[in-house]
Design a protein around this ligand. Sequence first.
Ligand SMILES: Nc1ncnc2c1ncn2[C@@H]1O[C@H](COP(=O)(O)OP(=O)(O)OP(=O)(O)O)[C@@H](O)[C@H]1O
Length: 276
Amino acid sequence: MLYIEGLVKRYPTGDLALKGVKLAVPRGQVMALIGPSGAGKSTLIRCVNRLVEPTDGRITLGNAELTALGSAALRQQRRRMGMIFQEYALVERLSVMENVLSGRLGYVGFWRSFLRRYPQADIDAAFGLLERVGLDHFADKRADALSGGQRQRVGIARALIQDPDILLVDEPTASLDPKTSRQIMRLICELCSEKGLAAVINIHDVALAQMFAARIVGLRQGEIVFDGSPAELTADALTRIYGEEDWNASIQCLDDEEDDPVPSKASFLPQQSLAF
Ligand SMILES: Nc1ncnc2c1ncn2[C@@H]1O[C@H](COP(=O)(O)OP(=O)(O)OP(=O)(O)O)[C@@H](O)[C@H]1O
């Protein structure tokens, strides 16, 4: 469904962030993108929806070649890509409901959304999604009155009301505590499974990536150096991605993990959360 070939990004500063990345993400696959700071993870995600303009290469989503689109066609195709951001990107003074409905902007047009006249079907869908993400009693609350976890749930509902084919998720748990981080990752993965959505999730926390993603791709200095299942992410693989470190000293069996009934994707987990 998402196909990336020969993707290069050189910023005007001369930084070569991506060096010919090739990657295919099939329909419905939840993929975690890991790698050290500066590896090019955000750049890769942002090239897909062309928030960052690729220098070279080809990106296609289904039948649409995203890298060949003019601005009007790109706007249409962006509806198919739900974006979830680290910093939530909510409009603080608007209500939860209005923030979720803003995800329909690409469909209803500027004036209708400016005047807050959304079709009833959109409002019903927003209520349904708020219920699904556990915020049905918060519809009228202002965004600036929410906790970080609640904000991210609004961000997820806003991405989903677009009715996308793929979620592009940039550090969804960076500002959240460990338990809330798990809840958010679990919610994203459950929703992908329910709706048959693919997802590319840029995440620093290796343990979370192993716990929830079906596939892990490791970037280092703009190149893919690992592509495999969570179980294949061994100490050697971590060294390839992040460099030398005594990874074995900090891994343990998944069976030792407490409480949450998470999908058993991982064969091991770091004792402490491996956030790089
Ligand atoms: N707007 C920009 N202008 C110039 N260089 C940039 C810009 N954005 C990123 N870079 C450079 O591109 C490279 C990749 O950055 P990117 O933010 O994609 O990495 P990342 O893996 O997401 O890092 P982090 O995990 O720290 O967010 C880095 O060398 C960075 O300095």
